[in-house]
Ligand binder design. Structure first.
Ligand SMILES: [Zn+2]
Length: 434
């Protein structure tokens, strides 16, 4: 259906011709073990990207997020921002990828930093999340520059630190310095592994908090002389079972969150701790008998675009106050740990429409529109950068992220690179003249 002589046809063929280069680039990136924490190799991967993108005509900046959480002289948080100006003024399309990967974990049957190519898949920690996506965006941009050197606008590619630990030494730091302001960048694509035929419009909100119940210490043989903070916490947990979880399950969202189970409000108790501290490693004695004077849980509440963060918090304090009203001696404290506001790019935003058209052109089918159950760096681009025209789109299967034997399919990378290149053509060359 594509006229091979058209710009879009030539662009797709150009990417197909770069298939081996795309695989080699992915393998090179996987062989730099950018494990976070602690994040020891950010400079090395930025230097690699610098050499590659400079050779392709990009101006590059290596930026250390000095003073950001996690940054230290031992583990500096390096980022790279590369920009290539077109022949005329116009919009800027920015591809943002995080360069960090999560810990290896157990169960691998292949070298997690070997970049093995087998049966059309490249294996390694970060293959799908998200070095395959980073490589696809680089090859897409390079092919676009060679086929359309006279384009209007600019192309940017960034490799950023610490997405897996919140993005404060990466996208958030850059956004605070104007790198994602609407004056500089107009369209953002984040090649996270959402599958090659899905467009991710945003994510749910997050509120993490610590809830503490108070008690009074006493000898464990005479608990009636104290007041157990653990028993008070058990009243909190059973109140959650009786009233809170049913309430959360009844709150449904119009956001197309995947998987389906996340299309409602959710709450996880991430941890619980009460009484004396865990013994130090190597200690072989018995614990001492004490009534717990403190018990703490950390809650992870994911909320919907239809909910208000103030109301989400009030739901928890209201529940605790209800318990306090009927339970003698019940005292509590709630401490905020972390919050992210939900975000969802408009379905008809320009970057969404361009990627939608490109997917139907490359794959011959309509894309699915999804929203992520958890957050990613779009939160900083939206809130700090004030840029709404942002999506996640990239190769790889989300379920494989953070798993052993993580892989990305070569065909999937090629097709998604074609989609990214056609989106560039659409956004920066006005029309694909096919
Ligand atoms: Zn990721």
């Amino acid at each position: 259906m594509d006229d091979p002589a058209s710009l879009s046809g030539r662009l797709m063929a150009e990417i197909e011709a770069r298939r081996d280069d795309l695989v080699a680039l992915t393998q090179d990136l996987l062989r730099i073990p950018t494990l976070n924490p602690p994040g020891p190799r950010y400079h090395e991967i930025c230097a690699y990207l610098d050499a590659r993108l400079s050779a392709s005509g990009f101006s590059t900046e290596l930026l250390r997020a000095t003073g950001a959480p996690g940054d230290s002289d031992r583990y500096p948080r390096w980022n790279i921002v590369a920009r290539r100006e077109g022949a005329a003024p116009g919009a800027c399309v920015h591809f943002n990828s995080h360069t960090d990967v999560v810990e290896v974990g157990h169960g691998w049957t292949t070298d997690p930093f070997g970049g093995e190519l087998r049966d059309g898949r490249v294996y390694g920690r970060g293959a799908c999340d998200m070095k395959g996506g980073l490589a696809a965006s680089i090859v897409a941009a390079e092919a676009f520059l060679s086929v359309c050197p006279e384009f209007a606008g600019a192309v940017e590619i960034s490799g950023t630190a610490d997405e897996e630990s919140g993005g404060y030494g990466g996208v958030a730091w850059l956004a605070e310095r104007g790198y994602f302001s609407p004056e500089r960048v107009q369209h953002v694509i984040i090649p996270e592994p959402l599958n090659k035929d899905r467009i991710c419009l945003g994510h749910r909100g997050v509120w993490w908090a610590e809830i503490e119940t108070k008690g009074r210490i006493a000898h464990g043989s005479m608990p009636f002389l104290g007041d157990s903070a653990i028993r008070h916490m058990s009243a909190v947990l059973s109140e959650m079972e009786d009233t809170l979880y049913p309430l959360l399950a009844s709150k449904r969202t119009a956001m197309p969150v995947v998987p389906e189970g996340a299309r409602q409000s959710t709450l996880n108790v991430n941890s619980i701790h009460g009484g004396e501290p865990e013994p130090e490693p190597g200690f072989t004695g018995f614990p001492a008998p004490c009534v717990a004077d403190r018990c703490r849980i950390v809650i992870d509440r994911r909320f919907l675009i239809e909910e208000d963060l103030g109301e989400v918090k009030a739901e928890i304090t209201g529940m605790l106050e209800r318990i306090a009203a009927r339970r003698p001696g019940f005292a509590f404290e709630v401490r905020d740990l972390h919050e992210v506001i939900p975000t969802m790019t408009e379905r008809d935003a320009p970057v969404v429409r361009s990627v939608e058209r490109a997917i139907s052109r490359v794959m011959g089918r309509e894309p699915a529109f999804v929203v992520s159950p958890g957050t990613y760096d779009q939160k900083h681009i939206d809130r700090i950068g004030r840029l709404k025209n942002c999506i996640a789109y990239g190769p790889g299967i989300l379920d494989l992220a953070h798993q052993p034997d993580e892989w990305v399919g070569v065909d999937d990378m090629v097709e998604s690179a074609q989609v990214m290149a056609l989106a560039l053509l659409d956004l920066l060359a006005g029309s694909d003249s096919s």
